[in-house]
Design a protein around this ligand. Structure first.
Ligand code: C2E
Ligand code: MG
Ligand code: MG
Ligand code: MG
Length: 287
């Protein structure tokens, strides 16, 4: 039976899908053009060693320096990049930038690793291994310089393959970190099976550390598990002195968060850590 009402709805649904696709296509083109024009850049957030009270690494976080809108965070563009043909070129660029940064720091007599966030396809295609090898050669980096961060929410198609690729990266002196551990629905599969150096506890687990006793137990449990497996444990999202002293007490190895330092552009990093007038609260680790 002909149902005009239903057909009208179907037409609207098709028009909706087409509109959504057109908007996605438009966003993709704009972001691609921005990347090609060099408007995507990296900010760097310091990571503190709780053993030595030195800054031992920086996490590279993507920003879009938009000509009209100013600095835009990754929520505006990163999904579009990693779910499109830009993903592998972007991943290569990311690792190259990390190498450039590490080599600049080394020339200044400092020794800090650079963390990059890798997407599933950058890992599973092996593209990041090639980029790692090329970057080590380009900047003459035989010592470790890269931390490859893998999101806990990554859905690897083949865990054995992911493990062997990450092991290959370890052979090339990269450190591997499991990012956002304890956010969403966690399982211990990745924490126990991936060849990790570091487990990064998600900010959501740290947030209520000082008011909810169960969060302390949760973190001390992760520390015990991590240490039993020779992994270091980093707490993300440290914003208060109270949180910092709690995670020290609980045995975390590293801290990252606004209290230690916000993600900053390269010129600010120079001013805060490298210039003659710099007097950072925590010094950069020396070579
Ligand atoms: P992430 O890798 O977990 O990075 C940490 C995020 O927490 C960053 O947000 C950082 O600015 C924020 N953060 C750090 N300390 C604090 C704190 O004390 N308080 C609060 N409220 N926030 C803090 P950002 O830069 O917006 O990045 C969000 C996510 O976007 C990252 O989470 C990462 O998953 C993704 N991302 C960023 N850059 C890249 C990239 O180059 N490639 C990929 N694949 N993902 C990226
Ligand atoms: Mg990260
Ligand atoms: Mg994280
Ligand atoms: Mg995150």
């Amino acid at each position: 039976m002909y149902d005009a009402k239903q057909q009208g709805k179907n037409r609207i649904a098709i028009a909706d899908t087409q509109l959504t696709e057109a908007i996605a296509e438009d966003a993709h083109m704009r972001i691609k053009a921005a990347f090609e024009r060099g408007e995507i850049e990296l900010f760097f957030q310091p990571v503190l060693s709780l053993a030595t009270n030195e800054i031992i690494s920086f996490e590279a976080l993507a920003r879009w320096r938009h000509p009209e809108k100013g600095i835009l965070g990754p929520e505006h563009f990163i999904d579009t990049i990693i779910h499109s043909s830009m993903s592998l070129p972007f991943g290569r660029w990311l690792i190259d930038q990390a190498g450039q940064m590490a080599s600049m720091l080394r020339r200044r007599g400092c020794h800090a690793l650079i963390g990059v966030n890798l997407s599933q396809d950058q890992i599973e295609t092996g593209a990041f291994i090639e980029a790692l090898a090329a970057t080590r050669q380009r900047y003459d980096l035989s010592a470790p310089f890269l931390i490859a961060e893998v999101l806990e929410s990554t859905h690897f198609h083949d865990l054995d393959l992911a493990c062997s690729l990450l092991n290959e990266a370890r052979n090339q002196r990269a450190h591997i970190a499991l990012d956002d551990f304890g956010s969403g629905i966690s399982s211990t599969t990745y924490a126990s099976q991936l060849p990790l150096h570091t487990i990064k506890i998600d900010r959501s687990a740290v947030k209520h550390l000082d008011t909810r006793p169960e969060q302390r137990l949760f973190i001390s449990g992760i520390v015990a598990m991590g240490h039993a497996m020779q992994r270091e444990v980093l707490a993300e999202g440290i914003e208060t002195e109270a949180q910092l002293s709690s995670i020290r007490e609980l045995g975390c190895d590293m801290a990252q968060g606004y209290l230690i330092g916000k993600p900053m552009p390269l010129d600010e990093l120079h001013q805060s850590y490298l210039s003659e007038t710099a007097s950072p609260r925590y010094p950069l680790r020396k070579l």
